[in-house]
Design a protein around this ligand. Structure first.
Ligand SMILES: C[S@@+](CC[C@H](N)C(=O)[O-])C[C@H]1O[C@@H](n2cnc3c(N)ncnc32)[C@H](O)[C@@H]1O
Length: 271
């Protein structure tokens, strides 16, 4: 009984009561043979449901075991690539996963960006900072966040990791903008201050706002450098896939590469 919750026990007792009630009512109107047949059928359905839920749980456990193991491998790689000067904040969940962090590192190594814009500050900002430092790239990171609490947290982390010379975290509350007469919420920021973005990391605003990340390209396309790379997290989310398909239609000179990460990653390169 240790593994059953109170809710499970209530369901079991409820089923038993329903079963007795059905049996009692059925015995008033049908023969004993039909009753046995019905009982057998019920037991068969119950056994099927138990086996089905057992297999589902087994499959889910296997998937999460595989993902957990993979993220540990990715985390080990990450720590062999960068030497952190303070503990990194927890990854996964709201933050990027270790596999995505490794992609940021690889892209910075490959492209040596002078300007990185990180939409949605956090671990991504720290990894970008460490990568720039490690590659001795004279680059700067501008990390935007719409939420004051997370701006504070990210700013403190940037300081703790000694990356203040490379990364700036800026509060940019969301405001309504219109794109092709359609309303969207987007970071309130004077983009003319940002020139020639070489690496754009799209991991904000939060996905719970419908189409929250779509404005990233319509607004920022003209600020991208000719060799710009756009890295998008959460490609597994249907909205993100739809958004990227729209971008590909609207901006003809982008090449898409999809990477099979925990949350799915998409890399768009200007040709
Ligand atoms: C997907 S998160 C960005 C994560 C960031 N790129 C990172 O690597 O940690 C998007 C936004 O969610 C907000 N956020 C971050 N952590 C959160 C949490 N634990 N609960 C609610 N919102 C959070 C922040 O405002 C952040 O900009």
């Amino acid at each position: 009984m240790n593994h059953l919750s109170k809710r499970d026990i209530v369901i079991l007792v409820g089923l038993l009561v329903i079963y007795w009630l059905v049996l009692f009512l059925a015995s008033l109107v049908i023969s004993i043979y039909n009753l046995y047949f019905g009982l057998g059928l019920m037991l068969f359905i119950l056994a099927y449901l138990i086996l089905f839920s057992f297999r589902q749980t087994e499959q889910n456990n296997q998937k999460s075991f595989y993902q957990n193991y993979r993220q540990i491998e990715e985390l080990k790689s990450l720590h062999s690539l960068i030497k952190v000067s303070a503990p990194l904040p927890s990854m996964r969940g709201w933050a990027i996963s270790p596999d995505f962090a490794n992609i940021i590192f690889s892209l910075i190594k490959e492209t040596k960006p002078a300007v990185v814009v990180d939409l949605g500050s956090g671990v991504s900002t720290l990894i970008s900072g460490y990568a720039l430092r490690q590659m001795a790239v004279k680059g700067k990171i501008l990390a935007l966040d719409h939420n004051e609490k997370y701006v504070q947290i990210s700013q403190t982390q940037v300081e703790q990791h000694g990356l203040s010379d490379l990364a700036e975290v800026v509060l940019a509350p969301l405001e309504e903008i219109k794109i092709n007469d359609q309303p969207f919420l987007w970071y309130k920021f004077d983009w003319s201050k940002v020139n020639e973005i070489d690496l754009l990391i799209v991991d904000g605003p939060p996905q719970k706002i419908k189409n929250s990340r779509y404005p990233a390209l319509p607004v920022l396309y003209k600020y991208l450098s000719s060799r710009a790379v756009i890295l998008v997290d959460d490609y597994c989310v249907a909205d993100t896939k739809a958004m990227i398909n729209l971008w590909l239609k609207e901006f003809g000179d982008l090449k898409l590469e999809i990477i099979n990460t925990e949350k799915g990653a998409a890399i768009l390169r200007k040709n």
